[in-house]
Each structure stands twice: as structure tokens, then as C-alpha cells.
Design a protein around this ligand. Structure first.
Ligand SMILES: Nc1ncnc2c1ncn2[C@@H]1O[C@H](COP(=O)(O)OP(=O)(O)OP(=O)(O)O)[C@@H](O)[C@H]1O
Length: 341
């Protein structure tokens, strides 16, 4: 019977949800967004379709991200969303799956419980939690089972997790609520102040992906951005430069670099020596911000590398940990669903 059981790994991210099925790999990757009709409380759209509705909905419809800031801010919606994605990814199973879900390293016991309950409600037979930096390190291809220090900086939508991992566990870490979303907000604020123009979060995110940077490009880049003129209320188009982006993103980027320093300063010397040999690995979508690796390398003097497939690292790591559930057992918090029924 056990051969029929499916093991599922989920990266329940604030920006993206990825589902990994043992033996198949990543089968689903969608924005963690739902559009809800407030009159009926029913879901109108989930995932990519709902993301396109952000900032464009009439009064009775809201497009929300229930996991904003790396925590479950709307429990009921998260639960329904998780259930929807699990069903979409695996269909109706004969045997209920075992599920490993990734959570940011700073989550509270209450938030962990909320994730476990949501998973149970979504049909898991057993749910295990794995801390995001551990999954990110495994996904980045680091051998964390050895007694040597590995540093991972996972920059997601809502949180940045900086962690030093050795022997499969976190030795030192810091989780801050500054990541991709804060960068988008910083861009919105900067453009409002400098150009008297209001742009939406999605436009800011596009701009960040196009010409955003944490370190100057060799050759300055430009992009046109459309928004609303705050003085006369009319549509406006402005040409923005990558140097604008550098200035706009200075504060959130600085907070991320400071978090790396904070963890390095508290890392035991033997492990710090390992990190300076092996380097720092950046994972998560935020790792794709141009020049962040260069900046961290310059500021710490330690070789810094963006992992392959940074957006998928956590899901891949969660998936790989399914293969060695027993080995990682001590880092996983096991919960029988029956406790929550
Ligand atoms: N090319 C890019 N340049 C800069 N940022 C990017 C790029 N591609 C994606 N991002 C950002 O990465 C973030 C999403 O990353 P990811 O999918 O790893 O987050 P998450 O795992 O859902 O969030 P969290 O770890 O906080 O739960 C978004 O803020 C997105 O704008």
C-alpha cells in the first residue's frame, strides 16, 4: 500500500507557492494570491489569474495575498488556498499524502500550528514542517549533513532568512521582514517623491525585475513606466534609470546586508572559517536582484553566489528532504493530523 502513497513537498511562500511531488519534481508554481467575492465569500480566481486582478478589482472583489510578510495573516483564506493547490497538484488520492511544508525560520508556534491545521484540512495524512533556510540550503545543492558551516541567504517576497547551517541544523540565523515586497514598496515611494507619480505594486515589481539593482550596472539602463500624475490626476509616462533604482532600493538592500553581517558576527569561528572557504549562497526570487551578490561579496569579503534556480531552491530542497525523511527527522516537527480533528 505504501507504494501508492504520495509524498508532497510545499514551499508555501508569501509570493509564490510551489508543489513538489516525489518522483515527479515541481508540478505546480503559482502566485500565492486569491481573488474573493466579498458578498458570497467565494473564490473567483486563485494563483496567476488572481494575481492579474491585483489593483484592478471592482468594490465587491478583493485580490489578496493571505501570507503577506511571511506569516499567515489570513488563516481561513490560506487554508482554502492550500487545499485548492494541493487538490490541483495531486488530484483526488486514494491514500492521503504525507506533506512537508516549508516555513520561514522566524515563525511563531501559533503560526506553525496554523500551517499544520491548514495542511490537515487540505487532506494530509501527516504534516511535517521544515525551516526555509534548511530547505533552501538542500535545494542549493549544499551538503548540510557534514560538521561544516554553510551560509544561506533566502530572499523571498515577505522575508529574508539568513542562516548558518551545520550537521543538518541551524546554528545561527536571522529572519527579517525586508525582502522583495519591501523593495517594490520602496520603488513606489521613490517614484511618488521624485516624479510626483503614483504607480501600483505590480508595476514597481516589473520595474525592479527589468532595471532594478543593488549594485550599479556597467552601463546605465532605462525603462518607461506608466502611472498617475499626482498633481493633475492624469496618466503619465516617465523614463526611469537603473541609478534611480539603486537609490530607491538602497534602504531595503542595506537591511539585507546588515542581516548578513549580524549573523556572521554571531557565527562561531570554526564555522565562520568554513563559510569563508565555501562562500555565501543566495536563494529565493530576491536573489535575482541585479548585483546583490556583488554587493554582499564586497561588503563581507566572502565569495557570494546566486544558487541555480533560486526561486525553486526551497521547493527542490523540500522535495529532496522527502527522499530522506528519516535522516532529517530531527529537524522536522511531526504532527499527526488526528490532533487537529
Ligand atoms: N528578476 C528578479 N529581480 C528581482 N526580484 C525578483 C526577480 N524575480 C523575482 N523576484 C522577486 O522575488 C520575490 C519572490 O521570491 P520567492 O518566490 O522566492 O518568494 P516566496 O518564497 O514566495 O516568499 P517568502 O520566502 O517570503 O515566503 C518577489 O518579491 C519577486 O519580485
Amino acid at each position: 500500500m505504501s507504494a501508492l502513497r504520495t509524498d508532497v513537498g510545499i514551499d508555501l511562500g508569501t509570493a509564490t507557492i510551489l508543489v513538489y511531488i516525489k518522483g515527479k519534481g515541481i508540478v505546480l508554481k503559482e502566485p500565492s494570491v486569491v481573488a474573493i467575492d466579498q458578498y458570497t465569500n467565494s473564490f473567483l480566481a486563485v494563483g496567476e489569474e488572481a494575481r492579474r486582478m491585483i489593483g484592478r478589482t471592482p468594490g465587491n472583489i478583493v485580490a489578496i495575498r493571505p501570507l503577506k510578510d511571511g506569516v499567515i495573516s489570513d488563516y481561513d483564506v490560506t487554508q482554502r488556498m492550500l487545499k485548492f493547490f494541493i487538490k490541483k497538484a495531486i488530484g483526488n488520492m486514494f491514500l492521503k499524502p504525507r506533506i512537508i511544508i516549508c516555513v520561514p525560520s522566524g515563525v511563531t508556534e501559533v503560526e506553525k500550528r496554523a500551517v499544520l491545521e491548514a495542511s490537515a484540512e487540505a487532506g494530509a495524512s501527516k504534516t511535517y514542517l521544515i525551516e526555509e533556510p534548511v530547505a533552501a540550503a538542500i535545494g542549493a545543492g549544499l551538503d548540510i549533513t557534514q560538521p561544516s558551516g554553510n551560509m544561506v541567504v533566502d530572499i523571498g517576497g515577505g522575508t529574508t532568512d539568513v542562516a548558518v547551517i551545520s550537521l543538518g541544523g541551524i546554528v545561527e540565523s536571522k529572519s527579517i521582514k525586508t525582502a522583495g515586497d519591501e523593495c517594490d514598496e520602496a520603488i513606489v515611494k521613490y517614484i511618488r517623491k521624485k516624479y510626483n507619480m503614483m504607480i501600483g505594486d505590480m508595476t514597481a515589481e516589473e520595474l525592479k525585475k527589468q532595471i532594478g539593482c543593488a549594485y550599479p550596472y556597467d552601463k546605465e539602463k532605462f525603462a518607461e513606466v506608466k502611472g498617475r500624475n499626482l498633481i493633475n490626476g492624469l496618466p503619465l509616462t516617465v523614463k526611469i534609470s537603473s541609478n534611480d533604482m539603486l537609490e530607491a532600493l538602497n534602504e531595503p538592500v542595506r537591511e539585507i546586508v546588515d542581516a548578513v553581517h549580524y549573523v556572521l558576527e554571531r557565527t562561531p569561528p570554526e564555522l565562520a572559517a568554513d563559510i569563508s572557504n565555501f562562500g555565501i549562497y543566495l536563494t529565493g526570487g530576491g536573489a535575482l536582484l541585479y548585483g546583490l551578490d556583488k554587493l554582499i561579496e564586497e561588503e563581507t569579503g566572502i565569495k557570494t553566489k546566486v544558487a541555480d534556480n533560486p526561486v525553486e531552491c526551497v521547493a527542490i530542497g523540500t522535495g529532496k528532504s522527502l527522499e530522506s525523511l528519516n535522516l532529517l527527522e530531527k529537524n522536522l516537527q511531526k504532527t499527526e493530523n488526528s490532533r487537529y480533528r
